[in-house]
Design a protein around this ligand. Structure first.
Ligand code: GTP
Ligand code: MG
Length: 647
């Protein structure tokens, strides 16, 4: 095979056919290209197209355009859909003798829902009808095109038998292509797979339209949703071997080490790690005007996106039923994994019998099951559906902190560009604009730049201040709380980085201070009443006098009343009393003395046992064990077997 140099200097276009069975789609493609796209033996035998067929058309200046020929039979609409999602230009075929038929309407609805705006109507079999009849059919066609994406499409009478109109078709195709602007190099490489087969000597080959970016031989790609990473051994575009293939081309890709039997239509190639397979998609959905019945909440449907078809249910988020012609925000709960990005188009068909009933755009794939009739959710989805890119980026930030799940806590430029489906440089610019305007706040946490939406930082700061106020009120004799405790007070659903950020901002503003690792409001001071002060002195004296045999809490309470508890915590806060174990305090001086005695003993006699410690300090076992454990925990001593050594 010849190696050709493929460039992306020209627009890469995929042409697709559409129209009722037997109206002459395959014949027209053959008349235009010389290629017979009906390749299956069954197709030849039955004289009809069953699955997608592929051809290409050579235009001037060496431009070669892919053509996807689809089946018209109502049973194969699902195959038609696998081809239709990737086309930029449609050859909408209507036979002049038959006129408008059921799949004429259904295919037109699909084209309209997919938003395919470029196309021509080929009015075929002109040789079979009179001019009057042709004029009547043309009027009918104009009527059905009204209000659709093909409203302005030219209607070209043709005959593949006499050859009439074929050249006109080619000229119109060329003119239409000149109007199409597909340059979307902002997107990452994606190739929804429509075929997978094995070629002897080559191994696994998959084919499909390239929806974004470009791909070269030797690149690594991941097969989604099975998440297998493989190397590209070779690429073919419209029958020629190339080194690189671009968005808008159909490519056959030879995958090293992959098994074609494991790869199905509907799978997708992309760069490793890029796509996140999901079973839930938030979307905006429109029901076609001709739908026979309204669509009920939770209805089971067939969901077609790119080359895949999966079953699922539709959750209507703001109503009980969607009426024909109406549009609504919804969530699809699918029965199998799919891969998608924001703005991918989809079609839904009724479960049984299968009819096209609606379609729309994906708004979000990194989502979770949403509660219906929630204002907040609907507001977000409305912005995702109709907002500009900046508003959408803002939503991504707003949702990142509020929602739970496995999403990353800090959004990188890459995360944003994926979720919004824009080039990282575009995401970067939008984010920088927001930071400049103060809508997003940028902080440096542990050497990393983190960016949060202003409202999250401000409301969390307010909450922290409230928690500290409450803490001081409940614990007037404590200097403050530690960060870990504060985090539990705030609840575990808050991004820890956001807490760190809010705290450092509060400290910078001198609204919060840290003393001995305790957080407190900047103006907080422990206020001790004269009464408490007197009691504190007495209690301290008691512990000092008691030395190595201090009183228990109960004994102190009996003597000084219930409020002595807070006074004791004040004394521990001031480090005058040391809490060796819960409810057992020693005076700091006594503890120091004890440590001296122990040190002296060990230096003189070697390791000390519990019994020796008890004798040395004249304490009971009740005190001896907790004390030694305390010494171990503070790294003064170390236990080896039954004795302790100095550390
Ligand atoms: N007389 C006449 N017959 C035509 C013309 N175009 C197609 N046919 C015939 O119509 C029949 C169907 O043509 P196809 O091209 O297979 O139709 P199709 O739309 O591809 O059909 P499906 O793929 O099954 O939906 C064939 O017998 C063709 O020979 C035409 O311009 N004039
Ligand atoms: Mg056909």
């Amino acid at each position: 095979m010849e190696q050709s140099t493929n460039t992306r200097q020209v627009e890469h276009i995929i042409i697709g056919t559409a129209g009722h069975i037997d109206h002459g789609k395959t014949s027209l493609v053959k008349a235009l290209t010389g290629i017979d796209t009906d390749r299956l033996p069954e197709e030849k035998q039955r004289g009809m197209t069953i699955d997608l067929g592929y051809a290409y058309l050579d235009l001037d200046l060496g431009q070669r355009v892919s053509i996807v020929d689809v089946p018209g039979h109502e049973r194969f609409v699902k195959n038609m859909l696998a081809g239709a999602t990737s086309i930029n230009l449609v050859l909408f075929v209507i036979a002049a003798d038959d006129g408008i038929m059921p799949q004429t309407i259904e295919h037109l609805e699909i084209i309209n829902l997919l938003g395919i705006r470029h196309g021509l109507v080929a009015l075929t079999k002109k040789d079979l009808v009179t001019d009057e009849w042709l004029a009547i059919v043309q009027e009918d066609i104009k009527n059905i095109l009204k209000g659709t994406s093909l409203e302005d499409a030219p209607i070209v009478p043709v005959s593949t038998v006499t050859g009439e109109g074929i050249e006109t078709c080619k000229t119109i195709i060329k003119n239409l292509i000149a109007q199409i602007k597909t340059h979307d190099d902002v997107r990452v490489f994606r190739l929804p797979i429509d075929r997978s087969f094995t070629i002897a000597g080559y191994g696994c080959v998959v084919t499909g339209p390239i929806m974004g970016g470009q791909i070269s031989v030797e690149d690594e790609v991941e097969i989604f949703p099975i998440k297998e990473i493989v190397r590209i051994r070779g690429i073919e575009v419209t029958g020629e071997r190339v080194d690189t293939a671009f968005a808008g081309q159909r490519a056959a890709v030879n995958l090293a080490g992959a098994k074609s039997s494991e790869i199905k239509r509907g799978y997708e190639l992309s760069i490793p790690g890029y796509l996140q397979p999901t079973k839930i998609v938030d979307a905006s959905l429109r029901l076609i005007k001709n739908a026979k019945t309204p669509l009920k909440n939770r209805a089971r449907i067939r969901f077609h996106m790119n080359t895949s078809e999966v079953m699922g249910r539709v959750i209507l988020l703001d109503r009980e039923q969607l009426n024909p012609g109406e549009e609504a925000l919804c969530q699809f709960l699918l029965e199998n994994l799919i891969t998608t990005e924001r703005e991918d188009r989809f079609i839904i068909r009724s479960y049984s019998p299968a009819h096209t009933i609606g379609g729309g755009r994906a708004l979000r794939y990194n989502t979770m099951r949403l509660k219906r009739f929630k204002e907040e959710t609907l507001k977000t989805l409305k912005i995702l559906a109709g907002g500009n890119l900046s508003e959408i980026v803002e939503q991504v930030y707003l949702n990142n902190v509020v929602r739970r799940g496995e999403r990353p806590f800090t959004l990188t430029i890459d995360d944003v560009s994926r979720q919004v489906n824009i080039h990282p440089s575009v995401a970067e610019k939008i984010i920088a604009d927001f930071v400049r305007k103060g809508v997003f706040m940028k902080f440096s946490v542990e050497g990393k730049n983190v960016i949060f939406h202003k409202t999250h930082v401000l409301s969390l700061k307010e909450r922290i201040l409230n928690e500290l106020r409450k803490f001081h009120k409940d614990n007037p004799l404590k200097m403050g709380t530690d960060e870990t405790h504060l985090k539990t007070l705030l609840g575990k659903n808050i991004n820890p980085l956001l807490i760190t950020t809010a705290l450092s901002s509060l400290r910078n503003e001198k609204a919060v201070k840290v003393t001995d690792n305790k957080l407190s409001l900047a103006n907080f001071k422990i206020e001790v009443s004269t009464q408490d002060k007197g009691m504190a002195e007495k209690i301290e004296g008691l512990f000092l006098k008691a030395g190595f045999a201090p009183p228990s809490m109960e004994e102190v309470c009996v003597k000084f009343g219930a409020s002595s508890k807070t006074v004791i915590s004040l004394l521990t806060e001031q480090k005058k009393l040391i809490e060796v174990e819960k409810g057992l305090c020693f005076h700091a001086t006594a503890l120091e003395k004890l440590k001296e005695n122990v040190k002296e003993y060990i230096l003189k006699h070697g390791p000390i046992s519990v019994a020796q410690f008890r004798d040395l300090t004249k304490t009971t076992r009740k005190y001896a064990v907790p004390l030694l454990e305390y010494f171990d925990s503070t790294h003064f001593t170390k236990r080896t077997g039954d004795v302790r050594i100095l550390l």
